[in-house]
Design a protein around this ligand. Sequence first.
Ligand code: ZN
Length: 420
Amino acid sequence: MRFNRGRRYTYYSSYSNSRRSRVRWDRVGIIAGIVIVILALAIWLNFDRLQLLVKGYSFSQQNIILSLEDEAVDEVLSHDKLDHIQDWIEGEGTYFLYDDYEKYLSTHKDLKIEEVLVTVNDIMTNYKPRFDALTYTEDQLWKVLDVASIDDLKYLINHEYTYPQIEPYMNIQGFAIQDIDRYIEIYNEKKNYNYAVLATAYPFIISENDNGEIYTIQNPENVVTLVKKGFQYANNYVPDDLVTPAEIPISPDCENAQMRKEAAEALTEMYNDAKKEGYTLIINSAYRSYKEQEEVYKEIHERYDEVTAASLVANPGASEHQSGLGIDLTSQSVLDDKRNGISSRFGDKPEYKWCLANSYKYGYILRFEEDKANITGIGNEPWHFRYVGKDVAKEIFQNGWTLEEYCLYNGVIPKVKKNG
Ligand code: ZN
C-alpha cells in the first residue's frame, strides 16, 4: 500500500509539475495582457465614464454627461439612471433638478419635455420654499406634486394647509385639492373623512343635491353597489346569475320574479321564517331589465308632471330592479283583501312590520323610507327591499341609515366612469 501510494505520488507530482509550469506561464501572459488593456481603457475612459457605463448610460449619453461641469457629473452619478438625461441637458435644465424633472415626468406623462422643465423650475424656485415653511417633507411634497396642478399648489399655500391636514382625504375616490375647504367643513359636522370627500365629489348621492351628473357603474355585480340617479347601470347590464325563487309565491301581476341567486336564497330564508310566524310574503316585482324600466318610466312620465313622475319611478339604469337585488313585496293578506274588494296596502299590514324589524337578519334593508326621501330621492315605498348582504344590512339597521349614508360613511361607492 505505502509503496503504491508513494509511487502514485511520485508519478503524479512529476507529471503535473511539468504541465503546471507550462500552463502557468501561458496564463500569466494572458492575464498580464488583460490587465494592461483594462488599465489602458481606464485611463482612456476615466473613472466617471466607467461608473456611467455601469449605471446603464449609452456611449452617446456618456459623452453628453461628461461634457458637463464636474458638479453636474457628480449629481448625475448620485442618482440611478435618468432615462431622459439628454433632454434635461439639451433643454438647459438646472443640473441639481435633473432627478426632479425625471420624477415629475413619470407622473405627468402627457407633458412635453419643455413643459416639464418650465413647471419643475417654477415649482422648485417659487413653491418649494413655501412648502418647506409649511413643514412638508420632500416625500410629502412629491405626494402632492403627483396629483396637484400649479393652481392646486397656490391653493394649498394660500390656505396654509399642512400635509397632516390634507393627508386623510387624499386617497378617497373623487379627491380634489381645491375642495379641501369644503371637506373640512363637512368633516366638522360628520366627523368622517369618506363622507366629506364623497358628498363633495358626488353630491347627488344625497338626492336633494342632485347636480345632473351621471356616471356609469363599472362593477355592477357588487351586491353593495349604490345605484340611483347619478350612479347608473349601463343599458346592457344583466346580472349573470338570475334565478326564480322556487318556494316563494308570486303575485298575479308579477311578470318577472327573477333575482340574483344570493338574494333569492336569502329571501327564501326570510320567507320561511315569516311563514313560521303566520305571515305569507309574496313577490310583487323583482328583476326588471333596462328596457322594461324604460317602458315603466315613459308610462309614468306620460301620466304625471315631471316632479311627481321623478319621485315615482327611477330613470332607466338607475333602478335597483335592474340589479336583481331589489324586490317589491306584498302579502297574502293584501291579495285576500283585493279578492274581497277591499283596498289595503302592504305598508299597513303586520307583514310589513315584521319585515321592517327582521329583514336585516337576512341581508335586506327597507330601501326608501318616508323621512329619508331627501337622501334617497324616492318617496315612501314600504314594499321595496334591497339585498346588500347580512353584515351591511345589520350595520345599516343598527345605525338607522339609508344605503347612501352607509356608503358615504364607509367610503363604499361604485367604481364609476363619467358619462359624456
Ligand atoms: Zn321597487
